[in-house]
Design a binder for this molecule. Structure first.
Ligand code: NDP
Length: 318
């Protein structure tokens, strides 16, 4: 089987490649890269995967790659994935996430290939929720609260529409937050962990800067999440959408406290107003029972272990 991962250089994409190479060695793994892509997340596997240059914003590049790769499955993970950047660059976020996915779909249609396609949607699509709407099911209303979230809703609905209109074999997931080693340093858990690692090495004063600590998020280790992505194409029904999340959430204050308890130093905490968002989703909590009943998926790695491994990752890098 030939599997294409868009976003293979990213956080989840690189872990997905690791998972497939280890657990499904009969699979050939292909990945899309851009000429300036940072390769550090895939350096250890670059001899085991086939990399092709393409940009989601460039239909020609996508079509050429797909024609050569002829994938049986596509995991579409590439995206502008950082919520704050979606406020500063909303059009770019939309161009990559929504239009980029149209480009990918149209290339598949033009080439008359029939891969099963996973779309990495996000819990951010649910956005504003009322107390009586938690935990969130796939049937919850989508009330996205950021340009990023709107772009993910677009990806999600395009996945459904191309299935209905053209029979494209899409399976959509709405992944709740995931973290672990290789998480980009701008993302909150990773940012806290990096600051702690820098303080431990004496590279910054003993103060950690934080944003909104009240937000509650449902965290899963990235290695569990990508196993879920694989299962979504193994067992997921075409045209369907599935939540993937642990069903347990923590405030960011609890996350910070867990990381601080792993720290080798005493660290002070200060709020940095620049880290507060124009509108923040207050609570995300998954009801993933539809996915769990279908696939038997369950998170196996405790959240604290994900944080330990993330902190260790940064200790080795700062
Ligand atoms: P990352 O930001 O770590 O990785 C993004 C990837 O997308 C990179 O490989 C990047 O390549 C690629 N990419 C960005 N723009 C383009 C483009 N124009 N053309 C081709 N490739 C591009 O994201 P994550 O791994 O965290 O997320 C993966 C997916 O999962 C995303 O769709 C995200 O929205 C979704 N998701 C993530 C969640 C999380 O908690 N991590 C939660 C729910 C959903 P390059 O190296 O060239 O920049």
């Amino acid at each position: 089987m030939r599997v294409l991962i868009t976003g293979i250089t990213g956080f989840a994409g690189s872990h997905l490649a690791d998972y497939i190479l280890k657990q499904h060695p009969e699979t050939e793994v292909f990945g899309l890269v851009r000429w300036r892509s940072r390769r550090e997340n895939i350096l250890h596997i670059q001899d085991q995967v086939y990399l092709y240059e393409a940009d989601l914003k460039d239909p020609t590049s996508l079509k050429k790659c797909l024609a050569e790769i002829q994938p049986d499955r596509i995991f579409h993970l590439a995206a502008q994935s950082f919520v704050p950047t979606s406020w500063t660059c909303p059009a770019e976020t939309f161009a990559i996430n929504a239009i980029g996915q149209i480009n990918l779909f149209e290339a598949v249609l033009d080439l008359k290939i029939t891969p099963k396609i996973h779309i990495a949607g996000s819990s951010e699509e649910y956005g504003m929720v009322y107390e009586n709407e938690v935990p969130m099911k796939e049937t919850n209303p989508l009330r996205p609260l950021s340009p990023y979230a709107v772009s993910k809703v677009s990806q999600d609905l395009l996945g459904w529409q191309y299935f209905k209109s053209y029979g494209l074999r899409t399976v959509r997931t709405r992944g709740f937050n995931h973290t672990g080693p290789r998480r980009g340093e701008v993302f909150i858990c990773s940012n806290f962990a990096k600051q702690i690692a820098e303080i431990e090495k004496g590279k910054r004063k003993d103060v950690i800067f934080v944003g909104n600590l009240e937000a509650r998020r449902d965290f899963t280790d990235v290695r569990d999440m990508v196993r879920g992505y694989w299962l979504s194409l193994e067992k997921g029904e075409e045209g369907e959408v599935y939540n993937i999340g642990s069903g347990r959430n923590h405030t960011m204050k609890e996350v910070l406290d867990m990381l601080l308890s792993l720290s080798r130093m005493n660290v002070k905490v200060e709020v940095d107003p620049a880290r507060l968002r124009p509108s923040d989703v207050p609570v995300l909590l998954s009801d993933a029972s539809k996915f769990v009943e279908l696939t038997g998926w369950k998170p196996q790695i405790p959240f604290k272990k994900a944080l330990e491994d993330l902190l260790e990752y940064w200790r080795e890098r700062v």
